[in-house]
Design a protein around this ligand. Structure first.
Ligand SMILES: [Fe+2]
Length: 345
């Protein structure tokens, strides 16, 4: 490919004349914004072991009262983007949040979509648009764009969860903001019960639900059972994986980021082709080795890692007798809508 002219090849007075008119020559930067063959992601393969993160998060609980933090979160920041950018990938924000017994995070709503994956502790809940969603290890709770939500904790141990947001994307669009509100009355509990069985949906008086987000909590006990049923009913299946979807439409449960759960059978080695999306892996149960060219992470329970897009990877469960369960986040829903999603076999 032809080498292009550099900025320093241009006379100083010409460059100054361009700058004075808010003009920039394209050719010195053309290869950076349109690299040949494949993108050059800033996202670096990065792992955040829970055993290193947890004591620092607990310490944050001692150092900063909830009133001074509002959200007591340590952000899992990708050094490839610069830690100050607070992003795991170009579109994904990850934060580990601590709520202590008796604490309450006030009602609010915001334009970025959020989900929380519960990591540790019992007795906390998120109330979303009046629906009280209880938190247990491995549960996924949605707080989609524009929906009121607040967190409370009636238990006696710290509760920790992983927040996953499309904040970098919405912030980049200059569309990110929050609105504070009053405490919500609880009007319902457990919409997930209505959608517990695949293949049937509620149709009161022959009518289907009209909400954009009819299911807000995906209990781990049900997702785990679905993975085990899939593994036993289809032993030849290439990957034991299920996606978190809107049960009314079958579409991704949120519009920008997508979520799935994967079971690695004992001793299983799974090779995934390079896809255009960066991926986040969070270990719900067991252990898994996540390998990409030049990097390998051994995930233990509650560990989280991020892998850039356009990277082939291998997942291995080294246990001979126990399955491993992973939660996966990526921006495939956004990329598919934009027409840039790609799989390279
Ligand atoms: Fe929030």
């Amino acid at each position: 490919m032809q080498e292009l002219g550099r900025l320093e090849d241009l006379p100083e007075d010409y460059r100054s004349a361009l700058t004075a008119q808010n003009l920039v020559p394209l050719w010195p930067s053309l290869r950076a914004v349109l690299p040949p063959g494949k993108p050059i992601p800033r996202t670096k393969p990065t792992c955040w072991p829970y055993k290193n993160l947890r004591p620092l998060l607990i310490q944050a609980g001692e150092l900063t009262p909830i009133e001074k933090a509002e959200r007591r979160v340590l952000v899992l920041a990708n050094p490839g983007h610069g830690l100050e950018k607070m992003q795991a990938s170009s579109t994904i924000y990850l934060g580990m949040q601590l709520l202590l017994p008796g604490e309450w995070a006030p009602a609010h709503r915001h334009t970025p979509n959020a989900v929380r994956m519960i990591v540790e502790g019992e007795g906390a809940y998120t109330t979303v648009e009046g629906e009280k969603c209880l938190m247990s290890r491995g549960d996924l709770i949605l707080t989609p764009t524009g929906l009121w939500h607040e967190h409370g904790h009636d238990g006696d141990q710290p509760v920790i969860w992983l927040d996953v947001l499309d904040l970098p994307m919405v912030y980049y669009m200059e569309a990110s903001y929050v609105t504070e509100g009053k405490a919500q009355p609880v009007t319902s509990e457990g919409s997930d019960r209505a959608y517990m069985r695949g293949g049937v949906v509620p149709t009161p008086m022959f009518n289907r639900a009209q909400q954009a987000y009819p299911m807000l909590r995906y209990p781990w006990v049900d997702v785990r059972a679905a993975l085990q049923a899939l593994a036993s009913s289809q032993p030849e299946i290439e990957a034991v994986q299920v996606s978190y979807v809107n049960p009314e439409t079958g579409a991704d449960c949120q519009k920008i980021l997508g979520y799935s759960a994967l079971m690695l059978r004992p001793d299983e080695r799974l090779s995934l082709p390079a896809r255009s999306t960066a991926m986040v892996f969070h270990q719900i149960e067991g252990g898994a080795e996540v390998s990409v060219p030049d990097h390998s992470f051994n995930l233990n329970e509650a560990d989280t890692c991020c892998i850039p897009g356009y990277t082939p990877l291998t997942l291995v469960n080294h246990s001979k007798d126990l399955p491993a369960f992973l939660f996966i986040a990526d921006d495939a829903p956004l990329q598919k809508k934009l027409g840039v999603y790609e799989v390279r076999l």
